[in-house]
Design a protein around this ligand. Structure first.
Ligand SMILES: [Fe+2]
Ligand SMILES: [Fe+2]
Length: 356
């Protein structure tokens, strides 16, 4: 509802080249209790004033030198295509065709000069009220949209949080640190972005990559934590973490889960076909698998693990370059080297040392 106070505080703009007419109208309106009235007799000022004041009522003379009321309405309609324009046109024209034309051009009402003082104020109030109601609905919709956006963001943060914790639970058994999965998923999103993957997909990669090793939940501790070399059978079992992970993540309707499934299944495939579980070659390996595979290896090499010290950056990069076209997609390898400063920044930010 619109209160009387809101109506009387409405912003009103009068544009009419007839000085006497403007003065008279201004008086009538102020006498009726309205406080915010601006006037101009110069039609060329109308648009700028409209923009400045954002009036709840524009009283517009039709026939003025330079810009006519029609010109002004046309400009406003172009500038504010989705807006309710609270325009009342004033004119001496008795011609019905002109009335129609004015109403079709965006005027909400049409008044003939000379006008009846009582009637004119009722009509002004009606247009003001309609405009204020329109603004109210618009603000309400905007508030609802903001609330939905905020709730969506919260849900999405909660999803990332749950995924990261779930992934950490798995990696703990594997003597990884929690920061490995954060780093490798951020490297992956960064690399994906650099090769032109869409924002939405980069975000999906960021959220899905932490689950790349979730299949390790199905691998016994005796294998996962074995200090020495694995036997052939143990190695076969170890490799099945890819298919177990894909199995765990399959069957969902969600696009995100499908990305997670693909990453879990293909992050150990190699460009030359020597990877597992399916020995896919080149672009047979889904892009997300190639991206996450590279970033997973890079982080494993450059970070200290209980069974190995951290490799220096040069040594790590040598190893990555050596894998170009063998283990890794050559184009991705090149881009990865190009964006190394960004990668190192992420590595620095999510350093293991923070965990202790
Ligand atoms: Fe893995
Ligand atoms: Fe990993």
């Amino acid at each position: 509802m619109i209160s009387e106070d809101q109506i009387l505080n409405a912003r009103i703009l009068i544009v009419d080249d007839d000085r006497v007419g403007v003065k008279l109208l201004d008086e009538i309106i102020r006498k009726a209790g309205f406080k915010n009235v601006r006037t101009t007799t110069n039609s060329t000022e109308a648009i700028a004033l409209f923009e400045e004041i954002q009036p709840d009522l524009l009283i517009l003379d039709l026939w003025m030198p330079e810009l006519t009321g029609f010109d002004i309405m046309a400009k406003l309609a172009t500038a504010y295509p989705d807006r309710f324009l609270p325009i009342v046109v004033l004119s001496h024209d008795a011609d019905q065709q002109i009335h129609y034309q004015a109403l079709e051009s965006g005027a909400k009402d049409f008044l003939n000069k000379p006008y009846d003082r009582v009637e004119v104020m009722i009509r002004f109030r009606n247009v003001i009220e309609a405009h204020l109601l329109h603004l109210q609905v618009h603000q309400h919709n905007k508030m609802l949209e903001d609330q939905v956006a905020e709730r969506t963001r919260q849900l999405s943060d909660a999803q990332l949080d749950v995924i990261t914790r779930l992934a950490r639970a798995i990696e703990y058994r594997d003597s990884e640190t929690g920061f490995h999965i954060i780093r490798m998923s951020r490297f992956s999103a960064c690399l994906a972005h650099a090769v032109g993957v869409s924002e939405l997909e980069c975000d999906q990669i960021l959220r899905a990559a932490p689950l790349h090793d979730i299949g390790k939940i199905g691998i016994p501790d005796s294998i996962l934590q074995k200090p020495g070399a694995l036997t052939d059978d143990e190695w076969t079992m170890m490799k099945s973490h890819t298919t177990i992970g894909a199995e765990l993540l399959s069957g969902s309707q969600s696009e995100f889960m499908e990305v997670a499934r693909t990453i879990a299944l293909t992050h150990h495939e190699k460009w030359d076909g020597s990877g597992y579980p399916r020995g896919l070659k080149g672009e047979e390996i889904p892009l997300v698998g190639r991206i996450c595979g590279l970033c997973d290896v890079f982080d494993a090499l450059v970070t200290a693990r209980p069974y190995k010290g951290a490799w220096g950056l040069d040594q790590t990069l040598d190893e990555i370059r050596k894998g170009r076209g063998k283990h890794f997609d050559p184009a991705l390898t090149d881009t990865f080297v190009d964006i190394l400063p960004e990668i190192l920044e992420i590595h620095q930010k999510y350093n293991d040392a923070q965990e202790n």
